[in-house]
Write a protein that binds this ligand. Structure first.
Ligand SMILES: Nc1ncnc2c1ncn2[C@@H]1O[C@H](COP(=O)(O)OP(=O)(O)O)[C@@H](O)[C@H]1O
Ligand SMILES: [Mg+2]
Length: 596
């Protein structure tokens, strides 16, 4: 029995069709499923999301639901597999999970096959700071992203579903009136853009509900092919009409619970509607009060197990903090000891100098015996000075060791994680800005009917099985000769790549797929192998081999840059080729790299 079926009653054969009025689709069977569900407040979005979840109640699809207004949690009355996760034990929360432990959610979902509803509002007053809501969402989505990524890489892709209500609040545009854009909001947004752009590859189907198109960061919906619109706000009508290719009037006349829909996966590309979505079966918290159910028995056992996991992780974290504290104290102690020694050393040094001067300044009235005595005294003192110096150096070494150890520890802590998270958020926004620009260019191309190469930005680990693009050369003879040169260059490079071991090849693939510089060897190894801790010496050996072969470049500041393209350029240097040929050859090498 697989982890996924463990919690489900229906098993894997249950029908995963969702029916919204005249619209029917299957978010489980569809690849790259991204659905946009919009509409201004009170038009029925949450009802629609609830219906989607209810229709999937018997389907054992690992699921993460994120909401902050409590509209979806009653769906749990229709689907007993749904576990409500919140900040603390209270009514309606099945599993209390601290902010830090939300990092485990991805594994609970994808490895245990759970359906988790994260009520982010419960984290609001966690530290008297509104954007804890965003931090909670960011951690959960990140965890799902990361785990899905790991599984995808190990060839164990697991289909899952992410449903986010009020996503405009979690991933706002910079110009949105709220929330204030702080680091947590940016991180949350970055993760949501990431899942909306790369998640499909990794098996995550994404359903995003939002009120205002104008306030939502475009990255969350720009790759959507499927749109469901409830009645939009006045300011959004024109853009929504564009997305659905329908008239503004049709949208403006939609009643509560009515939708218009268009998309490849949901309507075969046709416009369907207006059609009315059925009312949810689970209670609507806007309309009625209802008794919250007890956590079902079968779930209780699983939850207990997870609570143990959470507890264990908390203990490990406490241990790490204790260790850090111990190192801090050790450091302090050594520092003091060193200061004392240094003082003693200075005194002894001075005394020794003074005596030497005394001896050196002639014997004055003193006899030879006295001089000899003083001389011995000086020697003794100097011996002592040397000893002290050695002692001091030894302590300095110790101090350095402790400091190193401490630094390493501290590095593993929040600071690093946050830096990485911020970077990731930046990358996502960058990528989405690029996508936006690409669409603009595409529109221009259509208008002016010119030829422009619209290559997408490199995405991590998207293996390209595609053949290399066709190159426009003047004559067939010329091109066949050129093709031979190219093939030779590819073969030479590939034959050297074949000497790399599996891990070295992964390192190389990572950096090429990543497409740009990473800040250090450490980061390179950590990202390639998904390490939480520091890379081992054998990781460093592997990295050195890849650097030594010139497959990647190590910059003066220690950062690591992809270098295959440069290698290709060097190989083709004699043939005086143009950029397109270099690019094409480079693509061929990458294709070879990807396929072995
Ligand atoms: N399909 C529907 N059929 C009947 N009533 C609906 C339907 N959708 C929404 N409603 C009504 O409208 C109210 C608002 O719906 P809701 O889904 O909470 O809107 P939103 O999430 O867009 O703010 C609900 O409380 C319910 O009374
Ligand atoms: Mg709602």
């Amino acid at each position: 029995m697989s982890a996924q079926t463990e919690l489900a009653d229906g098993g894997e054969t249950a029908d995963s069709t969702v029916t919204l009025g005249d619209v029917g689709f299957d978010p489980v069977a569809t690849q790259d499923f991204r659905l946009s569900v919009e509409g201004t407040s009170g038009t029925g979005k949450s009802n629609t999301l609830a219906v989607i979840l209810e229709d999937l109640a018997d389907v054992s699809i690992p699921t993460l639901i994120i909401e902050r207004l409590g509209a979806l949690s009653p769906v749990r009355l229709e689907d007993e597999d749904i576990v409500v996760v919140g900040a603390r034990e209270e009514e309606g929360v099945d599993l209390a999970v601290g902010l830090e432990d939300l990092d485990q959610i991805g594994s609970w979902i994808l490895d245990r096959g759970m359906k988790i509803l994260l009520d982010v509002s419960t984290y609001a007053d966690y530290e008297q700071d509104g954007s804890r809501v965003h931090e909670a969402a960011a951690r959960a989505v990140r965890s799902l992203n990361d785990r899905a990524h790991e599984k995808y890489r190990s060839g164990d892709r697991t289909k899952s579903l992410l449903v986010v209500d009020e996503v405009h609040y979690l991933a706002p545009k910079n110009s949105a009136p709220e929330p204030e854009l702080d680091e947590h909001v940016k991180r949350c947004r970055g993760q949501l853009i990431k899942v909306a752009t790369e998640g499909g590859n990794k098996g995550i189907s994404v359903v995003s509900g939002y009120q205002r198109r104008a306030f939502l960061h475009n990255g969350v919906i720009q790759l959507c092919d499927d749109y469901i619109a409830h009645k939009p706000g006045d300011e959004d009508v024109d853009r929504t009409a564009d997305a659905l290719r329908c008239s503004e009037d049709e949208l403006a006349n939609l009643g509560t619970g009515e939708i218009l829909a268009r998309g490849e996966s949901i309507t075969d590309g046709d416009l369907v509607g207006p059609t009315k979505v059925r009312k949810r079966r689970s209670p609507d918290p806007r309309e009625e009060s209802f008794e919250l159910p007890e956590t079902p028995d079968e779930l209780s056992n699983v939850l207990e197990e997870i609570q143990d996991d959470v507890e264990a992780e908390r203990e490990r974290r406490a241990e790490r903090e204790d260790e850090l504290e111990r190192l801090r104290e050790e450091n302090e102690r050594l520092r003091e000891e060193k200061a004392e020694l240094e003082e003693e050393l200075a005194n002894v040094d001075k005394l020794s100098d003074a005596m030497e001067r005394l001896v050196g300044s002639g014997n004055g009235g003193a006899g030879a015996g006295a001089a000899a005595e003083v001389g011995e005294g000086v020697q003794e003192l100097q011996g002592r000075v040397d000893e002290l110096k050695q002692e001091r150096d030894r302590i300095q070494d110790q101090l350095d060791d402790v400091q190193d150890e401490r630094d390493e520890f501290a590095e593993q802590n929040e600071a690093l994680q946050e830096a990485v998270a911020d970077l990731e958020a930046d990358v996502q926004e960058f990528r989405s800005a690029f996508e936006g620009a690409r669409e603009d260019v595409a529109a221009l191309v259509e208008t002016f009917e010119v030829d422009v190469d619209l290559a997408p930005p490199a995405e991590p680990e998207t293996t390209t099985d595609d053949a290399a693009p066709e190159s426009p050369t003047s004559s067939t003879v010329e091109s066949s000769i050129m093709a031979e040169f190219q093939q030779d260059a590819v073969d030479r490079i590939v034959s050297t790549i074949e000497n790399l071991n599996e891990r070295q090849r992964r390192l190389l693939k990572y950096i090429e797929a990543h497409g740009k510089t990473v800040s250090s060897q450490k980061e390179w190894a950590q990202r390639t192998f998904g390490l939480q801790s520091n890379p081992s010496s054998s990781h460093y050996e592997d990295m050195s081999t890849v650097i030594d072969h010139g497959f990647v470049r190590k910059n003066k500041n220690g950062s690591i840059a992809p270098n295959i393209r440069e290698k290709v350029e060097a190989e083709l240097g004699n043939y005086d080729v143009d950029d397109a040929t270099i690019e094409e050859t480079y693509e061929q090498v990458l294709a070879e790299l990807a396929s072995n």
